[in-house]
Design a protein around this ligand. Structure first.
Ligand SMILES: CC(C)(COP(=O)(O)OP(=O)(O)OC[C@H]1O[C@@H](n2cnc3c(N)ncnc32)[C@H](O)[C@@H]1OP(=O)(O)O)[C@@H](O)C(=O)NCCC(=O)NCCS
Length: 386
């Protein structure tokens, strides 16, 4: 079956969460992604996340569909091999701290000399320019500086402290921008023959995700959180509602559904108490079905694994089982957007360290068995032995 990015080759130096998620999305759309790891493995193998067979659960989740090669980028022979691989690539992606790739000899200025069509995705905490540019960063720093941590706390309790968002949104959000921008740069390259640098900062993109709050501030020249505190909204009918086995989330901003429930209850006005009186003893599933049946936007509050087990996401083919040499097999989300002609697909589990080193170097660079063995003995490359 045709894959939308099947002619795109990505040399992937990304090492933790933000970067690997970016390139995984492109792999699922058919790009060939060759993940380059140091002989000791990327930091993403060790965390965050609990270890399973010595490797972080996040690594298994964020590196599907990639080939893994392991090389010491500080070795002169490896540098030559990277040059050849860059010449054969459409995209190079990395999420080291700014300056690291330049020190390794793989900055954009160098790579564009080797391959003027290259799209160089430099993912970082603060971008390649600006006063904080050289600073190291993680998702929670971008979440904090872009207003999300503060707003999450204040949404919960105006008088309480900030609360960290869960789920590494400060990685996954920027990764969406990065993947989308890489695809846009590929389109420009296809139209003009020119590559370019795509400089994606976690701080910038997370601030962009907070656009409604920043625009609201600018329109009133006052913090929207402070304004809400001064002018509290009337108590909501919907929101999080506790039922027999957990919670459901109900939105009551759909007049036709509200009218249907009012008619059913025989009341002129809907209150939270009336809704609770109706659904409080139901299970999440019963409340979900009942309220959705009346036309409300509503859903059970799930833990992630429950979304995996939900019959709707099963029916949408959302989960795939991938075989893995160390852990047997595991289930992961399939590419979650349905294309009518060019579906995305998860083709393989996250690679073992150096699983495809010899295969890739032989195929792409014509390295012989003897040359590869010599490189391995010199510690320049690592091949997984099975
Ligand atoms: C995440 C982060 C804080 C980690 O810091 P770090 O582990 O010190 O990583 P750095 O990017 O600074 O450097 C990686 C080091 O590994 C080395 N390295 C990486 N791959 C290598 C390879 N294949 N062979 C040899 N060395 C390698 C680099 O040369 C560098 O070492 P050096 O500083 O001695 O040159 C930092 O990479 C960062 O700020 N990245 C941008 C923001 C981001 O994406 N954060 C993570 C989101 S979860």
């Amino acid at each position: 079956m045709k894959k939308i990015l099947e002619d795109i080759k990505i040399l992937d130096f990304t090492h933790v969460w933000f970067g690997p998620y970016t390139t995984m999305m492109l792999a699922e759309l058919g790009a060939e992604v060759i993940k380059v790891e140091p002989p000791w493995g990327t930091i993403g193998r060790m965390g965050p996340g609990e270890l399973k067979n010595g490797v972080s659960t996040t690594f298994y989740a964020l590196n599907l569909g990639k080939k893994g090669i392991s090389m010491d980028l500080k070795n002169p022979e490896v540098k030559e091999m990277i040059k050849e691989l860059v010449k054969q690539s459409d995209v190079v992606a990395q999420n080291f701290a700014p300056g690291t790739m330049d020190r390794l000899g793989f900055g954009y200025d160098v790579l564009k000399e080797w391959n003027p069509k290259i799209i160089y995705a430099a993912l970082s905490g603060f971008g390649q320019t600006g006063p904080y540019s050289k600073n190291a960063s993680y998702a929670s720093i971008a979440e904090a500086m872009s207003g999300h941590t503060y707003a999450t706390g204040k949404n919960y309790n105006y008088d309480g402290p900030p609360i960290s968002m869960s789920g590494a949104m400060g990685d996954l959000g920027p990764a969406m921008y990065a993947a989308f921008s890489i695809v846009a740069a590929i389109r420009y390259r296809d139209l003009t023959g020119e590559g370019q640098m795509v400089d994606v900062a976690q701080f910038d993109t997370m601030a962009a995700f907070n656009c409604t709050a920043s625009v609201a501030y600018d329109l009133f020249k006052e913090s929207p959180i402070e304004r809400r505190k001064k002018n509290p909204r009337p108590p909501r009918v919907g929101g999080l509602l506790q039922v027999a086995d957990g919670w459901v989330y109900l939105m009551t901003e759909r007049p036709r559904a509200t009218e249907a429930l009012k008619a059913e209850l025989g009341v002129d006005e809907l209150t939270r108490e009336l809704v609770m009186g109706k659904i409080g003893d139901m299970t999440r599933k019963e409340a979900h079905m009942y309220l959705a049946g009346l036309g409300f936007p509503v859903g059970p509050v799930y833990e992630a694994y429950e979304a995996m087990e939900d019959p709707h996401s099963q029916a949408r083919g959302m989960w795939v089982e991938v075989d893995h040499p160390a852990v047997g097999s595991y289930k992961a989300p399939n590419f979650p957007v349905v294309f009518s002609k060019t579906p995305g697909e998860v083709t393989s589990a996250a690679p073992m360290l150096g699983q495809h080193t010899r295969e890739v170097l032989a195929e792409k660079l014509g390295k012989t068995e003897e040359e590869l063995t010599a490189l391995e003995k010199a510690g320049a490359i690592v091949q997984w032995k099975g």
